[in-house]
Design a protein around this ligand. Structure first.
Ligand SMILES: C[S@@+](CC[C@H](N)C(=O)[O-])C[C@H]1O[C@@H](n2cnc3c(N)ncnc32)[C@H](O)[C@@H]1O
Length: 244
């Protein structure tokens, strides 16, 4: 399995996942909070064996149907489970790659979820962690004229605008590093995803950006500037077991 170029896939997270999966062809992948299989199905198509652990029966049912439709049902296992008790659902130390995308913002105990991910990885395995960025939320609220919400997100230690905020927390580079370290993961790389789209009120999710090549090109150029990643809609960390 070869890593694909940016021109073949303008989605930077997919690009990173292809490279990570390519480290161990036919490797074992766990997707925690993998939902309906947006990432699991392409990884299974690449030859990985994928275990999706998600709390939602409905999402897992969609995943199973998508896996059958894609002809990879034999390489995807769907398990209902809680990310904060991952060791009950998956074997320890067996995974080459663990994905945890847009989950740490919502779980009750994110440090327990990270510890579970660290425990599931082989010593030389990698975790792909994707979370919502705090400063992008501040700026998008401000640009939309919701200055009170912007100020609240900035002031709140968890980066929330209040009790109606659908997320329990948002992250900046330092808080994500700290959480991962507490759970036993060391950061190998940290990228900002959606630097411009994070400024657009209501947000443009990375999947929508792909239909706009000029925006995707601009995002790629901006992502080369580390100083801008703090204002990205999402932060993407690649991490490894600290003791590995
Ligand atoms: C925002 S979706 C992200 C789905 C997918 N990772 C992605 O990036 O497209 C969050 C997913 O996490 C699942 N989830 C929420 N809390 C969970 C928990 N405590 N344990 C396992 N899965 C959980 C939800 O059912 C949902 O499928």
């Amino acid at each position: 399995m070869n890593a694909v170029s940016r021109t073949a896939t303008p989605d930077p997270v997919e690009h990173a996942l292809v490279a990570l999966a390519g480290r161990v062809p036919s490797g074992v992948v766990i997707d925690v909070g993998g939902g309906s299989g947006t990432r699991a199905v392409p990884l299974a198509r690449m030859g990985c064996t994928v275990l999706v652990v998600d709390s939602s029966i409905d999402a897992l049912a969609i995943l199973r149907r998508r896996a059958v439709d894609a002809g990879v049902a034999d390489r995807i296992t769907a398990i209902q489970g809680d990310a904060v008790a991952l060791s009950r659902a998956v074997p320890a130390g067996q995974a080459d790659l663990v994905l945890c995308h847009h989950l740490l913002e919502t779980v009750e105990d994110p440090a327990a979820a990270v510890a579970g991910i660290a425990g599931a990885l082989k010593p030389d395995g990698r975790a792909s962690i994707l979370v919502a960025g705090r400063f992008a939320a501040v700026l998008s609220q401000a640009v939309a004229g919701r200055f009170g919400d912007a100020a609240a997100i900035l002031a709140d230690p968890d980066g929330r605008f209040g009790p109606l905020d659908p997320l329990r927390r948002r992250f900046d580079v330092a808080s994500l590093r700290t959480l991962l370290a507490r759970g036993g993961l060391a950061v190998e790389s940290m990228a900002g995803i959606g630097i411009v789209s994070g400024l657009i009120p209501g947000g443009v999710r990375p999947s929508n950006q792909l239909h706009e090549p000029r925006l995707a090109g601009l995002e790629e150029a901006l992502s080369a500037h580390d100083e801008l990643r703090e204002i990205a809609a999402d932060l993407h960390a690649v991490a490894f077991p600290a003791g590995g």
